[in-house]
Design a protein around this ligand. Structure first.
Ligand code: PMP
Length: 439
């Protein structure tokens, strides 16, 4: 039996009940997924008894790792008294107060159950506020599965390379062609392209949807000139800025927009703010958030949701976020800096064609000599994707679960010895690759 035979057997069982054997396209299989038995702080243990340092953290959600005691206690305390009601609870106010106090763009907030839902309602809010229907978004970035949010996410070079000006295509066969006509694509950090595109559709655009450091599109720093152009141009044409911080809120106490000098009108959050339970949040300026309701009038944009603001996610999120003090964010960022610097030092010492991007507790390793500045630079050829799969296999053998297609993340459950392990695994991988290249 292999060291992962139970996972293989479970996958075979799963194929009879799930299309493709999984319930999420995002589960990595190499060639089959690793089935988890349990999580323990920074680690997870699979069904075959292997232990891995978890750099995925459920797609960056678990900022405290697995089984964080304050979250478990808060949730266990709640379970006996009921987990969902048609009535509001005090718990939702608690989490909302914490978020609005910290995040400048979040003057008011509404809770939903996922990032997809948050982005969907935020786009609708931008439409309801401006009376316009179209949006612009960054090519290659991931914003969940709302039709308009995902058009342009799966873009790839054609036979003759990349199109000069990217065009959004519907994300799946059968999607209404009108979706693509209502979505305009911008290239990250491309100031001229942004000004040209927004100018051309100036009276039709409700908002520019932007993740300040889009993970699938390369986890690349936004250039100050790009942020500035985005701010000036959207104001000029009366468009809203919708910052999708479902992933990047984890960059600091006040979030990512504040960190990069972006002042959004609407902002979405998710992942870390639910403490490991399903959540999404739409926030924004008080004036814009009025579309969801005022004391006097019926909302122009009704938003419900059977499980929205369920008390379990509310108390879990609050416990997780309360523990994320400024000091906790600082410690995570120091670990992240050490890790990124260490990875870059390895690249330099092997003169390897790799680079590292990211910030705070997030990082991504690219099989590219020059660090990418936009999605197109980060796009993996078939050979590069194969190299990254080899790297992920090597990391697994070293006991490290490293996601390679988007952002890898640290958690407060990690310490310096975990950082050392990741650095060792990467250095050994580069050494092995250099050797096999010489043979
Ligand atoms: N927006 C961004 C920036 C995300 O990273 C994600 C999830 N990876 C989503 C939206 C969708 O969130 P969810 O998976 O909770 O629906």
């Amino acid at each position: 039996a292999s060291a992962r035979s139970k996972s293989r057997n479970l996958f075979n069982r799963a194929k009879a009940v799930f299309p493709g054997g999984t319930t999420r396209a995002t589960v990595e299989r190499n060639p089959f997924p690793i089935y988890v038995e349990r999580g323990e702080g920074a680690h997870l243990v699979d069904v075959d008894g292997n232990r891995f340092l978890d750099l995925n953290n459920n797609f960056t959600t678990l900022i405290h790792g697995h089984g964080f005691a304050p979250v478990s206690e808060a949730v266990v305390g709640l379970l006996r008294s009921g987990t969902c009601f048609a009535n509001p609870t005090e718990h939702e106010i608690g989490l909302a107060e914490l978020l609005t106090a910290r995040i400048p763009a979040m003057e008011r907030v509404r809770f939903v159950n996922s990032g997809t839902e948050a982005v969907m309602f935020a786009i609708k809010a931008a439409r309801a506020f401006t009376g316009r229907h179209a949006i612009a978004r960054i090519e290659g970035a991931y914003h969940g599965a709302y039709d308009w949010a995902e058009a342009g996410q799966g873009i790839a070079p054609g036979k003759n390379g990349w199109d000069l000006a990217p065009v959004a295509t519907p994300a799946y066969r059968g999607a209404p062609a009108s979706v693509a006509e209502e979505v305009h694509l911008l290239r990250f950090n491309d100031v001229d392209g942004l000004e040209r595109c927004l100018g051309a559709v100036s009276d039709r655009l409700a908002c520019v949807l932007i993740d300040p450091m889009p993970s699938r599109a390369g986890l690349i720093h936004p250039e100050p000139a790009f942020i500035e152009a985005l701010s000036v141009t959207t104001r000029k044409y009366g468009m809203l800025i919708l910052a999708d911080e479902v992933l990047n809120l984890r960059q600091g106490y006040t979030g990512a927009s504040a960190r990069y000098g972006l002042t959004p009108d609407l902002i979405t959050a998710g992942k870390i703010i639910g403490g490991g339970f399903p959540i999404g949040a739409i926030g924004g300026r008080e004036e814009v958030m009025r579309v969801f309701g005022t004391d006097e009038a019926k909302p122009s944009l009704p938003q419900g949701g059977t499980f929205s603001a369920n008390p379990v996610s509310m108390v879990a999120g609050r416990a997780a976020m309360e523990a994320m003090t400024q000091a906790a964010f600082d410690r995570l960022e120091q670990m992240g800096d050490r890790l990124r610097e260490g990875l870059r030092a390895s690249v330099a010492s092997h003169d390897a064609a790799f680079s590292v991007t990211g910030a705070a507790s997030l990082f991504r390793i690219h099989p590219k000599r020059l660090a990418p500045t936009e999605f197109r630079d980060a796009y993996l050829s078939t050979a590069e994707a194969e190299l990254m799969r080899r790297m992920s296999t090597h990391f697994l053998e070293m006991g490290v679960l490293l996601p390679y297609g988007a952002a890898a993340s640290l958690s407060t459950a990690m310490d310096d010895s975990d950082i050392e392990l990741v650095l060792r695994a990467f250095d050994q991988f580069l050494a092995t690759e250099a050797q096999s290249g010489e043979e």
